[in-house]
Design a protein around this ligand. Sequence first.
Ligand code: PEP
Ligand code: MG
Length: 576
Amino acid sequence: MQVFKGIKIVNGIAIGKIKIYKVPVYEIKEDLISDIAGELDRFEAARVKVQDQQNALAEQEVKDGREETAGIFEAHALMLDDDDLIDSCKELIGEGHTAEFAVRKGFEAAAEMFRNMDDPYFQARSADVIDLKNSMLDVLFGNDTESLQGKEPAILVAEDMAPSETVKLDKSLLLGLVTRLGSSNSHTAILARSMNLPTLIQCPDIADDWDGKFAILDGYNSCIYIEPEQEIIDKLTAKQKEDREKEAKLQELKGKPSVTKDGQKVRLYANIGGPKDINAVIENDAEGVGLFRSEFVYLNSKTDPSEDEQFAAYKKVLEALAPRLVIIRTCDIGADKTIDYMNLDKEDNPALGFRAVRICLSRPDFFKRQLRALLRASAFGNLGIMFPMIISKWEVQECKKILNECKEELVKEGVAIGKYEIGIMIETPAAALCADDLAEEVDFFSLGTNDLTQYTCAIDRQSANLERFADTHHPAVLRLIRETIEAGHRHNTWVGICGELGADPTLTETFLSMGVDELSVNPKSILPLRGNVRNVDLSGVKKNNNPEPKSESEVKEVKSEVKSEPAKGFWGRLFS
Ligand code: PEP
Ligand code: MG
């Protein structure tokens, strides 16, 4: 038996075989070959195989009711019949190059040609060609990409996972996740929490020879046992059973109100990534959706999703969850969430760069496609539209202006539009400090504590090396949260928290004391959080839950009262 340490993301036990997840890096030889006929046959066999794969994917999409995305795979299959593309590769092979070399050169040249076209539709096709190139190389190198994850349930072990890789995983086969890199605030960690998936990051000792071995991931003790002894197997199997029983007990909280012992209500909403999470919202009795990360609709798509594709996704969620409020955040691409077809420049500091609303306001046609889709979907449920990464009032005003233009266009086209609320993420210190000003523009605020912590503490949320310095309970962050809630309430703007901190049980009482109106957390955290809320008694704690605007003297009074009477939990840190 061997034991290796890491940093746990989710408490829990995973028991099963290990699968090493390794994205292949192909070394393509430049040497010339003599068997040209044999190489042409290899190329042709790969082309036919990839074409079959694409047709099979299209059929599967149709079967799963996703006609919109089936078209992408059908188009891929057709591209593989393109005479120019085939001839350019065959010509290179005829000159004595390997099939791998010819595919890389031929497909990259075709992608470049698309990229240089004026029409954005054709520009976006370059990503399809690159995708096909990778599939061709997988086949030529004998790497079946499905085998990256395997076909059996397993604990996946990887160097790191990009959001674009995690979204493609078959979640039903994931028992647990271990990575050498990663940080506790990364989107992969967020995904792990949302699935309640036992996960270890920063496990420096992962090794290729773990592949196929029996293991137990023990999230409680932040370690993984490779080929554990019987005593450990028995102990941790019993712990896993106990966890499952506890989870079953949580079901008793379904349908019960999220209210403290002294009667303060809070709305418990869910964070989701798309229509596939609808069941999780319902099963976990979420009262609404506080954050639909719409960028996952983009990450899940091989090409820039059309207005109709987006409309279909938003409508599905709104309709299924009505009359619950569903807050859809406009596309928050950039930083760690990169997409080939967006053709974004590489930046030195991507977290401080061209992301989210900055992209949307710079590419109005791209933004309008999403806003039109959202407005059309508003007729089918109770919608909230939320803009991310705001720092200035003019950005909110410009977003609203473009939204109104879309609305006018749709009204002219005779399209029905429902009611909707407008909100912004408060995830930059600038927004938190200007919350009074920003509140005049919106119906709600949602505190994105993941980025707010990153930007307040100057701690890159992706960095594995900074884990020791990252303090998610930093008093500066807590103070910005409290001041944002107070500012929102002064202007009748309700305030929620949709960052990971919202699910932190050690902060539930603190946030309720601050008067937070809503906590939006991963669906699996809803019922445990409801249990926490119902155990809180704030009768001895000064509360700030008055959404009516206060006069300045009243505000001063509340602040000084709290100062002279420090309350429980984190209040001491906040006011010290
Ligand atoms: C946040 O920053 O807290 C947030 C909820 O957004 P994301 O994690 O997607 O950046
Ligand atoms: Mg954010």
